[in-house]
Ligand binder design. Structure first.
Ligand code: AMP
Length: 188
């Protein structure tokens, strides 16, 4: 299985991605996790992306595409994978298309977690407060939602036109949402 999971920040993509990856025995590849690991290790890449991430913007396509190509080239991702948080721009969709064409592979499904933006902002603010995430400011949280709406939400139409979307209500308990995803994938 080669899949994507998409949805606005805070909708629970990372949590669901882990469950799905386990179910299908494929690696869950999160560009956000890769960037965060680089930031915490203080690598050159980490230094480059730290401020962009804190402000809620997107890392450039060239850097992001290179990281994904690299990760998908590893043995565990050769046949199947679940990409979490990639692609996020049209340029990234094109890069992924080219990469998969090169490998003579295609996507099987694009899971979309639907959630209300206002609800997510409230949730993320609460989490920032209780977890003491100082760089999760209200401003950054709002910028992240706006960036998603402007740059990433339009990509859903691309994948809808290809007949790949599995849309699921993302509000609810972890298990509940996981069951909706499993049912959606089984129905394909
Ligand atoms: P995430 O954990 O997926 O929400 O990602 C955290 C942050 O990493 C995002 O707010 C972006 O700054 C950056 N990021 C992650 N994935 C991408 C991507 N595909 N393109 C650009 N920036 C990304």
């Amino acid at each position: 299985m080669r899949m994507l999971i998409m949805g606005p920040p805070g909708a629970g993509k990372g949590t669901q991605a882990k469950g799905i990856a386990e179910r299908y025995s494929i690696p869950a590849v999160s560009t956000g996790d890769i960037f965060r690991a680089n930031v915490s290790q203080g690598t050159p890449l980490g230094l480059e992306v730290k401020r962009i991430m804190a402000e809620g913007g997107y890392v450039g396509d060239d850097v992001t595409n290179a990281i994904v190509a690299d990760r998908l080239g590893e043995p565990d991702a050769r046949e199947g994978f679940l990409l979490d948080g990639y692609p996020r721009t049209l340029g990234q969709v094109e890069a992924l298309d080219a990469l998969l064409a090169d490998r003579q592979q295609a996507l099987d499904a694009v899971i979309v977690l639907r959630a209300d933006t206002d609800e997510l902002v409230t949730r993320l603010l609460k989490r920032a407060h209780t977890d003491g995430r100082e760089d999760d400011t209200e401003e950054a949280i709002r910028v992240r939602q706006a960036t998603y709406a402007a740059e990433t939400a339009p990509l859903l139409d691309v994948y809808r036109d290809r007949g790949l979307l599995v849309e699921v209500d993302g509000l609810g308990g972890v298990d509940e949402v996981g069951e909706r995803i499993a049912a959606g994938l089984d129905a394909r």
